[in-house]
Design a protein around this ligand. Structure first.
Ligand code: CAA
Length: 261
């Protein structure tokens, strides 16, 4: 497997675990992290033996405390625009990844950290997780999707509250608000995330991809178009071997064996 400067990447069976690994900077997301995440996610996507990924932070304290403020403080303004800084997170990490990935959030998920968690297909949070978009306190605003993905996840009231005050919200509040799928004790976080990822990786891969695509469409299009697309994906899946196998296995009261065809 490739080695990285700012990430630890391990494969455990069919699950790829990607750990943001700059603990001294609370896993702050600099340009190297961004480039390495693009590479690590592309490798996960391309590896047919891998069915689901988990992204987490090293250490107990943080998932990621944001984009790297020290790097941004030094960067000339024109360079942010010239490079379309932060764009790769959406185009190359989110959109290019059709397989599912889970954010396992331990500790601070602030600014870009909250935004990376929201890029995942869902978030499993430790009881100690804290989410926020404190960019306003730095004289800026979220730059990796916080104003858009957070608002879609929790609605205007709480998104405004977090973006305008910069306050943090705990795991329970985040779950109540619909940002987080599950909250678990800190010691159980990786076990719970692994169980979920292994379950996903054990299911028919084409159906997994179609389910992910369909749910994401709900954020991109009208209800009518989304419903048409959902039916088309359903109809496409009926032509797969895995659909034949899945339905036969149900009728025969046995476990399915998937081909990804
Ligand atoms: N960038 C760079 N370094 C960071 C960092 C960040 N986002 N967050 C923390 N660090 C560094 C600190 O500078 C410190 O380094 P030194 O030991 O060299 O001083 C180290 O990590 C430990 O942090 P603290 O000493 O601050 O730890 P703490 O427990 O006192 O506080 C914290 C924790 C409340 C999370 C605090 O670190 C903090 O407020 N961090 C910044 C949070 C933030 O503003 N994030 C938004 C960044 S902007 C952004 O993300 C833009 C975007 O939308 C894409």
């Amino acid at each position: 497997a490739a080695t990285y400067e700012t990430l630890l990447v391990e494969t455990k069976g069919a699950v790829t675990v990607i750990t943001l690994n700059r603990p001294k900077a609370l896993n702050a997301l600099n340009s190297t992290v961004m480039a390495e995440m693009v590479a690590a996610m592309a490798a996960f996507e391309a590896d047919a033996s891998q069915g689901c990924a988990i992204v987490t932070g090293s250490g107990e304290k943080a998932f990621a405390a944001g984009a790297d403020i020290k790097e941004m403080a030094e960067m000339p303004s024109a360079q942010f625009f010239a490079q379309d800084f932060f764009a790769d997170w959406t185009s190359k990490v989110v959109k290019a990844t059709r397989k599912p990935w889970i954010a396992a959030v331990n500790g601070f998920a602030l600014g870009g950290g909250c935004e990376v968690a929201m890029m995942a297909d869902f978030i499993i949070a430790s009881e100690t997780a804290r989410f926020g978009q404190p960019e306003v306190t730095l004289g800026v605003l979220p730059g990796m999707g916080g104003s858009q993905r957070l608002t879609r996840a929790v609605g205007k009231a709480k998104a405004m509250d977090l973006c305008l005050t910069g306050r943090m919200m705990g795991a329970e509040e985040a779950e109540r608000a619909g940002l987080v799928a599950r909250v678990v004790p800190a010691a159980a976080l990786m076990d719970e995330a692994m169980k979920a990822a292994e379950k996903i990786a054990s299911l028919p891969p084409l159906a997994i991809k179609a389910n992910k695509e369909a749910v994401n469409l709900a954020f991109e299009t009208t209800l009518d178009t989304g419903l048409v697309m959902e039916r088309r994906l359903f109809q496409v899946l009926t032509a797969t071997r895995d659909k034949e196998e899945g339905m036969a296995a149900f009728v025969e009261k046995r476990a399915g064996v998937w081909k990804g065809e």
